[in-house]
Design a protein around this ligand. Structure first.
Ligand code: TRP
Length: 348
C-alpha cells in the first residue's frame, strides 16, 4: 500500500484508523462493507478501530441503550474476526485526546468548510436551529480521531468521503499555520487517505433493490441483522422481493434487475466467489431454488458470529477489559502526539 499524495513529506509509519458508530443493530451491509475489510486490514497494517460514542451523542441517545450498544458492537466485531490483540479496539470516550484535539481543530476548521457538509444537512433536516452544536462540529471530531494517531489510511464508505476530505483540509491548515513557524513541523500531520470500499459489495434493501440496506429503514424485513436467529434469516431471505424471471447465467444479465442483482451479490460476497461464478451454478434456476441455498449459506456464515457475540455479551466484564486494554494502548500513541500539538499551539 502506498502513500502517494504525501509520501515525500510525511515520514511517519502507515497506520489505519476507522470509527464505528455504536448502534446495537449491526446488519449484513455493515459486515460485508466494513467489518470484513477491517478484519483483512489487520493482517496488513497497524490498525486502530474505535467505537465512536462521542459521535453517537451528537444526536439523542438513551444512556442505557448507548451503554449496551457499545458492548454489543465490540462483541460483534470480535466475533466476526477482529483480533483485539492485533488491532487496537476501544471506545472513544475513554481516550481524552479525541475531545481535546477536536477542540483545537474546531479552532482550525472554518465555518464555511463545515457549512458545506452534506451529512449535517441530511441529519439536521429542516430544523437546523434545533440541531446540536456537536452535530455541526462532528467532522472536526472525526479529524481528531484520525489525526490523534497520525493515521495515514482510513477505510470508509462513500458517505464519509467528504468528511475525510475535511480531515485533510484541517491537517493541511494546521501544518501551514503552526508547522511553518517551526522548521521540520510543516508536515506534522499526514494527509490521511481514504481506503474506499473497492471490491466491497453494495448491499441493498431486501425490499427495494434501489435503496441501500440501512439501519434507519423503518421495516426490519429490509435488512438482515447480525443478531437475527436462523429462522429470521431464512424468513427474510424467503420474503425478499424478486422479479418473476429465472436467474441469468452471467452477471451481465442482472442489469435492470436490482433485486436479483442484490441477492446474487450477497451470495457471492458471503461465499467469497464472483457473481459470474455463482451464476454459472445457478443460471436458469428460479428464486424458489436460489433463495433456500442463499438462506443456508447466510445461516452457515453468520450464525457462528451471532453465537460467539452472544457468548461474549454474556461476559460483559471481559468486553470492558478488552476496551480498557485497547484504550491504554491508544493513549500511548495519542497522548505524545497531543502533547506536541499543544506545544505547537503555544500552550504551556
Ligand atoms: N463518521 C463515521 C461514520 O458515520 C464514523 C467515524 C467517526 C469515523 N470517526 C471516524 C470513520 C474516523 C473513520 C475515521 O461512519
Amino acid at each position: 500500500m502506498t502513500n502517494q499524495n504525501n509520501k515525500t513529506e510525511y515520514q511517519g509509519p502507515e497506520r489505519v484508523f476507522s470509527g464505528v458508530q455504536p448502534t446495537g443493530q449491526l446488519h449484513l451491509g455493515n459486515y460485508l462493507g466494513a467489518i470484513k475489510r477491517f478484519v483483512h486490514l489487520q493482517e496488513e497494517m497497524e490498525t486502530i478501530y474505535c467505537v465512536v460514542d462521542l459521535h453517537a451523542i451528537t444526536t439523542w441517545q438513551d444512556p442505557k441503550e448507548l451503554h449496551s450498544a457499545i458492548r454489543e458492537v465490540t462483541a460483534f466485531y470480535i466475533a466476526c474476526g477482529l483480533d483485539p490483540k492485533r488491532s487496537i479496539l476501544f471506545n472513544q470516550s475513554k481516550v481524552s485526546a479525541h475531545a481535546e484535539l477536536a477542540w483545537i481543530f474546531n479552532c482550525v476548521a472554518r465555518m464555511g468548510w463545515l457549512n458545506r457538509m452534506t451529512q449535517f444537512k441530511d441529519k439536521a433536516g429542516k430544523n437546523r436551529e434545533n440541531a446540536s452544536v456537536g452535530l455541526f462540529a462532528y467532522p472536526s471530531l472525526m479529524a481528531a480521531d484520525i489525526l490523534a494517531y497520525k493515521a495515514t489510511h482510513v477505510p470508509v464508505g462513500d458517505d464519509q468521503k467528504q468528511h475525510l476530505e475535511l480531515s485533510r483540509d484541517i491537517a493541511q491548515k494546521f501544518n501551514n499555520d503552526f508547522g511553518s513557524l517551526r522548521p521540520g513541523a510543516e508536515h506534522f500531520f499526514p494527509l490521511p487517505e481514504p481506503l474506499i470500499a473497492g471490491p466491497a459489495p453494495r448491499v441493498m434493501s431486501l425490499r427495494d433493490g434501489s435503496k441501500k440496506m440501512s439501519k434507519s429503514d423503518p421495516s426490519d424485513m429490509t435488512r438482515i441483522h447480525l443478531s437475527d436467529s436462523d429462522d429470521d434469516l431464512a424468513k427474510k431471505i424467503r420474503k425478499a422481493r424478486t422479479d418473476p424471471e429465472a436467474l441469468p447465467s452471467e452477471s451481465a444479465g442482472l442489469k435492470d434487475r436490482p433485486e436479483a442483482e442484490n441477492l446474487v451479490t450477497i451470495f457471492a460476497a458471503l461465499a467469497d466467489r464472483t457473481k459470474d461464478d455463482v451464476l454459472s451454478e445457478f443460471g436458469g434456476a428460479q428464486f424458489s431454488a436460489f433463495k433456500p441455498a442463499l438462506a443456508d449459506l447466510a445461516v452457515a456464515t453468520l450464525a457462528p458470529f451471532r453465537d460467539k457475540a452472544e457468548e461474549l455479551m454474556a461476559a460483559p466484564d471481559e468486553i470492558d477489559r478488552i476496551l480498557e486494554d485497547g484504550a491504554a494502548r491508544a493513549r500511548a500513541i495519542a497522548d505524545p502526539i497531543l502533547a506536541e500539538v499543544k506545544d505547537l499551539v503555544g500552550f504551556i
